[in-house]
Design a protein around this ligand. Structure first.
Ligand SMILES: NC(=O)c1ccc[n+]([C@@H]2O[C@H](COP(=O)([O-])OP(=O)(O)OC[C@H]3O[C@@H](n4cnc5c(N)ncnc54)[C@H](O)[C@@H]3O)[C@@H](O)[C@H]2O)c1
Length: 308
């Protein structure tokens, strides 16, 4: 198949592009490199630098494309609170531009990487796809708005569309400070270097950490699955892990003791978030295979930045 991946030089996009290229598919990547780094892309992947809102550029890249993965986005919740206009422009504007270009290009299917963050605070856990949505940041709102635009324009122009709501993905090559760094690479680096880890809210917050290889398998399955048109599908591990349990696991995997600083104040963000992944099993025939312990071991082995 012929694929275009927007945002394909980022953390998830690089892993997806390399996986698809290794399977013999034709893969193009469009990325403005505001956060991405194309050097880790497989030599078979065709890279173009550009903005996902550049419709003429999209037209030229979409010629002969069967399926588009739309990953290009600004991805930091705290940054989105500071720059909501920018987040709306890139995340929502990018999705609308892409769907406008796709309309005239003969693409069969567009797959959007949305986020578990779009759920916001939910009493019922694990959270199901039909929960009433409570996005609590401009980032979360921009992902939910993107879902609506994707499906509504897809419906109008008869383009198949699929939304994967990805929870907390982690794995080798994830960003580290000073850029926006999610909790796992940040804590892993601190544990290996003997730095302090601050546990807000006493470390009781829970999340669903899903290994990048499992996410890539779900994305790949979504390209050919038969009954996914207009679907919204959670992609997580289905395991609820507290931040304290995460640090315990980091200690076991690295062999280092973490220096924990307890801050009873809440850090912001929802207290609990874990995915109900039954729909992914049913529609994609997918399930996660990599445990948190195994995933962290792979990060240590494969990513030089975590070697002491
Ligand atoms: N990593 C996760 O845990 C996670 C969870 C849920 C959803 N997602 C979604 O998956 C996608 C990829 O996330 P990631 O973690 O790989 O982030 P990332 O920042 O590594 O990748 C995003 C890529 O988009 C590019 N980009 C940004 N603005 C662009 C623009 N205007 N035009 C073209 N390219 C642009 C960046 O340069 C970057 O390479 C995002 O849509 C994100 O919302 C990620």
């Amino acid at each position: 198949m012929h694929f275009l991946i927007t945002g394909g030089a980022g953390f998830l996009g690089t892993a997806l592009a390399n996986h698809l290229a290794a399977q013999g598919h034709q893969v193009r990547v469009l990325d403005d490199l505001s956060a991405g780094e194309p050097s880790a892309l497989d030599a078979r992947v065709l890279f173009t630098r550009g903005d996902v809102r550049d419709i003429p550029k999209l037209w030229s890249l979409l010629q002969g494309t069967d399926c588009v993965y739309h990953l290009a986005a600004r991805v930091s919740v705290p940054e989105s609170i500071l720059y909501p206009v920018e987040y709306n422009a890139v995340n929502v504007g990018g999705t609308v531009s892409l769907m406008t270009a796709v309309r005239d290009a003969g693409v069969q299917r567009v797959i959007l990487t949305s986020s578990g963050a779009a759920y916001g605070r939910q009493e019922q856990q694990p959270v199901r796809e039909d929960a009433s949505m409570r996005p609590d940041s401009p980032y979360a709102a921009s992902k939910l708005a993107s879902e609506y635009y994707l499906h509504s324009i897809g419906e109008l122009w008869r383009i198949e569309t699929v939304v994967l709501r990805i929870f907390n993905a982690y794995g080798p090559r994830q960003p580290l400070p000073p850029s926006h760094a999610p909790v796992i690479p940040r804590f892993l680096k601190q544990v290996v270097n003997g730095g302090s880890i601050v546990l807000f809210g006493g470390g009781k917050q829970t999340r669903d950490f899903v290994y990048i290889g499992d996410v890539v398998n779900a994305l790949a399955a979504a390209a050919t699955a038969a009954r996914v048109n207009r679907a919204i599908i959670n992609i997580g591990s289905g395991q609820e892990v507290s931040i304290t349990q995460l640090v315990d696991t980091l200690e076991r995997v690295t062999g280092y003791a973490a220096h924990r600083l307890i801050n009873p104040e809440e850090s912001g963000g929802v207290p609990r978030l874990v995915a109900d992944i039954r729909l992914a099993r049913e529609l994609l025939g997918w399930q996660p295979h990599v445990s948190l312990t195994e995933g962290l071991q792979r990060m240590l082995q494969e990513d030089e930045r975590f070697k002491k």
